[in-house]
Ligand binder design. Structure first.
Ligand code: ZN
Length: 299
């Protein structure tokens, strides 16, 4: 039946001729992402250097491996105002068509806060880390080959002991950026896309001024392509976060953060940062936007 044969073969032939990938851009499974946030929160007080933090790290390693990434752990010790702390950065890699790479980052430690003993860090720590895991699953399950290698990096020690500065907090990202530079790999790192506090039901991503301008445009463009422009805006204020050490090394970096968490940011670093504030829809919006960015438009 030549007609049927042609009907079946034509789309494949056209795809081959156009050079397009037969795989559509993968999408986030919001139920799985939300389940992962819940799981990370269940490890308890995941302050850097604690048993709870270490057990959470083991879970992240196991889950990223189960989802098909090549995982490595880099442990290092730093002197802090609370004494020597051992930190662990986790890198989960998906090989792309090129060995140039993009880092998609999140911190997985949570802040120890005397005034908030029940702080869970559902949004500040767990939401973005869970979303990274779900992105790994979505990409590998789809068979989509990224144009460049993707390094999903789970940073430890983002939170400071006393006050955020060049010597307190950002322990994981500072260490990672320094090692990248010392290994002569900074130029192969095409971008750093950091996620932080992205699960709030009242989503309003506030891209800070200390972000690479082109990346800001690309994120807004990707948000438009998935029909979610209303949730993303660039701001004129700066936010110190794990993208900063990479900016200082000359690597284009952006912080995808919703720093408007509760009325007047009232849920930030308080006992209110609990799983009941997390929305499946918000996880999906940010995850789908970032997948589109890193898989199709960042280059
Ligand atoms: Zn925080």
């Amino acid at each position: 039946m030549p007609l049927n044969w042609l009907t079946l073969a034509l789309p494949a032939l056209l795809l081959m001729l156009s050079g397009c990938s037969p795989h559509p851009v993968p999408e986030i499974d919001s139920n799985n992402a939300y389940g992962l946030v819940t799981r990370l929160v269940s490890f308890g007080k995941r302050y850097a250097g604690t048993e709870e933090n270490r057990k959470q790290a083991e879970f992240i390693v196991a889950k990223a491996s189960e989802y098909g990434a090549s995982v490595s752990v880099d442990r290092f010790t730093c002197p802090t105002s609370a004494g020597l702390i051992e930190f662990a950065n986790i890198t989960a890699e998906i090989k792309g068509k090129s060995s140039d790479f993009v880092i998609i980052g999140s911190h997985y430690d949570i802040k120890k806060i005397a005034s908030a003993p029940d702080f869970e860090g559902a949004n500040d720590g767990a939401s973005s880390s869970a979303l990274l895991l779900e992105m790994i699953r979505a990409i590998n399950a789809s068979g989509y080959i990224p144009p460049v290698t993707l390094k999903f990096v789970f940073f430890d020690g983002e939170e400071c002991q006393i006050a955020y500065s060049e010597n307190d907090g950002f322990w994981g990202s500072r260490n990672y950026a320094e090692k990248l530079k010392n290994a002569g790999l900074s130029s192969k790192c095409k971008a750093v896309v950091l996620l932080d506090m992205i699960g709030d039901a009242d989503l309003g991503v506030t891209l800070p001024a200390n972000s690479d301008r082109k990346l800001v445009e690309k994120v807004l463009e990707s948000a438009g392509k998935i029909g979610c422009s209303q949730y993303f805006s660039s701001t004129n204020f700066e936010i110190l976060d794990d993208h900063q050490p990479f900016l200082l090394h000359g690597i284009p970096s952006i912080d995808i953060i919703d720093f408007d968490y509760g009325p007047g940011n009232a849920y930030w670093h308080t006992d209110a940062d609990k799983i009941d504030k997390i929305s499946k829809k918000s996880l999906k919006i940010v995850g789908d936007c970032v997948l589109r960015l890193v898989l199709t438009s960042i280059y």
